[in-house]
Write a protein that binds this ligand. Sequence first.
Ligand code: ZN
Ligand code: ZN
Length: 229
Amino acid sequence: MSFSLLSLLFPPKCPVCRTRLEKDEVLCPKCLSEYQKEKYRPCKKCGKKSCRCSCRPAVSTPDAFAYLSVFRYDEKSPGGRMILKLKDRKDQRIAAFLAKDLEKSLQNGCILRSDALITHVPRDPDAILEKGTDQARELADALARHCSLERAVCLKSKGGKKQKTLSSKERLENARGRYALSERCPDLQGRQVILVDDILTGGSTLTVCAELLKSKGALSVVCLAAGRR
Ligand SMILES: [Zn+2]
Ligand SMILES: [Zn+2]
């Protein structure tokens, strides 16, 4: 079935409020303007717009050159709803939409090298089986396509306790047990690595993953998330 016929039978709807979308829209105009507000909402710490904030999270490492993000995360807000949607199933339109803004935050927060390598924080294999997709992987794929940069899988998740249920102290220790370098990880000697995740919370996951990438020779690691709690 052709794409146009499909969209005639199942007209695309706004992933946030379910109103029908016009051609080429990813969000309806109302949700789009709310989303823009989240991007421009000032950070409580540095006062910069969320999409320009590079505040270090509670847990951070000098191995990560920067911690960047696009919008202030809230489950009910348009950005948060888009992330939830991506967790449920692949949606290339949403991933491509967010990739454009991820690139802007990246360009604002670091000097992006043309030989940079894009990788992602892998989701727990059990969670993928249960829910369907790895949203950070989708975002990293879309970002690599958008910026024409090399893409690699460098890390793997070994599963374990969910970070959500732990105190911030326990989170770092738990994250160390959860992630490891993947057998597929290429040599990172001298490379700038962009580490993509969906949401930046306390920073322990990104921090542990940045340390692993550094141990494989990465020259610098830039942590980049769509939302920041
Ligand atoms: Zn809407
Ligand atoms: Zn800030």
